[in-house]
Design a protein around this ligand. Structure first.
Ligand code: NAD
Ligand code: DAU
Length: 335
């Protein structure tokens, strides 16, 4: 089988390709990635010489390039996106371009080339925000209510994917996953930002009161969920993918990291809150468990510790990215 993976030099995409090449050694993968600030060839270094892997630098908004790489492809897995909420607040335009228009360019090419599957990787942020005292969870039935330019652009892309299924019969699936963590995540995101600051004995900036809740899923669990959907998912369906955490606040995550590093709460620094900051995400992933037999397997505390070890062992990877990541927070004042 021949797969086109977009955004495969990013965090989840590179973990997906690493997994897929090992799990399905006869499949061929083309990785189309623009290499924006978030795309790193260093994340693909260990598999870049695999004979079944090919990298193409290009923009998903460019119909000519997309048309070329789509030729002969069986399945498309679309990871390519602008993915950072804080950046979407500072510069929304590129989020609309890549996440909305780029997805539409890919959908058109997928249709022209009769792909057997177009899988779109999306987010739980499309469902909006829960209040802290609510017992509600997001599921496939939850109406969309995006609240940031990032989540609005992802919601628009999800609707386009569904529209191509309904209108043109393109065989699509969608996953809406919660917050991923693990190796090769850019140090501008919460967990790697905290870890890399603590390695350097720096304070860790917590937005607002730190009570915001995220559902954390280890990146390999997310990758395996996509595998399950590609192999056994029903065409036209959406699957919500969540992790093993239950209502854990950002402050609690920070405290766990401080314990791992043997540091005190003196390392916590409360900073200006994110504008429009979603309070809580919580996911009901019973559909993918029941229909496809997938469940998360990586326990948060154990894999948070292993993730810390990974960052300690792989300074070569994150150190060149750290200064640029912190420049964003010079702009937002969140440091
Ligand atoms: P990332 O920011 O680490 O990587 C994005 C990749 O896409 C980069 O390699 C970048 O160069 C590439 N890219 C950006 N614009 C492009 C364009 N116009 N053309 C081609 N390539 C382009 O993102 P990530 O965290 O790996 O997220 C991957 C996908 O998963 C995104 O669609 C995101 O919305 C979704 N998602 C992420 C999370 C998470 O916690 N990180 C959770 C749920 C869903
Ligand atoms: O829920 C899925 C989403 O998770 C994905 O769709 C996004 O692509 C991904 O970036 C992530 O979005 P978040 O905004 O939840 O992740 P981020 O790592 O930016 O922040 C996690 C939480 O931590 C959030 O409540 C904001 C807070 N935070 C973040 C940073 C960077 C801090 O308190 N301090 C920080 O320095």
């Amino acid at each position: 089988m021949r797969l086109l993976v977009t955004g495969g030099a990013g965090f989840i995409g590179s973990n997906f390709i690493r997994y897929w090449l090992k799990r399905y050694p006869n499949d061929k993968i083309i990785n189309l990635d623009k290499l924006t600030y978030a795309g790193h060839l260093s994340s693909t270094k260990d598999f870049s010489s695999n004979k079944n892997y090919k990298f193409v630098r290009g923009d998903i908004c460019n119909a000519r390039v997309v048309g070329e790489v789509m030729s002969g492809v069986d399945m498309v897995v679309n990871f390519a996106a602008e993915s950072h909420v804080d950046r979407s607040i500072v510069s929304p335009a590129v989020f609309i371009k890549t996440n909305v228009l780029g997805t539409q360019v890919l959908l058109d090419a997928a249709l022209k080339n009769n792909v057997t599957r177009f899988h779109h990787v999306s987010t739980d942020e499309v469902f909006g925000s829960l209040s802290l005292d609510s017992n509600e969870k997001f599921s496939e039935e939850t109406p969309y209510n995006p609240r940031s330019p990032y989540s609005a652009s992802k919601a628009a892309s999800d609707f386009l994917v569904r529209a191509y299924f309904i209108t043109y019969g393109l065989p699509v699936t969608i996953t809406n996953s919660s917050n991923n963590f693990g190796p090769f995540q850019d140090p501008e995101k919460f967990i790697p930002r905290m870890i890399t600051n603590l390695i350097d004995d720096k304070l860790i900036p917590i937005y607002g009161d730190g009570k915001n809740v995220r559902d954390w899923v280890y990146v390999l669990d997310h990758v395996k969920a996509i595998d399950a959907v590609l192999k056994r998912g029903k065409i036209g369906e959406t699957y919500v993918v969540g992790g093993m955490t239950e209502d854990i606040s950002n402050l609690e995550v920070a405290e766990k990291l401080l314990r791992i590093f043997g540091k005190t709460r003196k390392f916590i620094k409360f900073v200006k809150d994110r504008s429009g900051h979603d309070r809580k995400y919580s996911l009901d992933w019973r559909k993918i468990r029941k229909d496809l037999g997938w469940k998360p397997e990586h326990e948060f505390d154990v894999w948070l510790k292993k993730t810390v070890e990974w960052y300690k062992d792989n300074e070569w990877w994150w150190r060149p990215l750290k200064r640029r990541a912190e420049k964003l927070y010079d702009k937002t004042g969140q440091k």
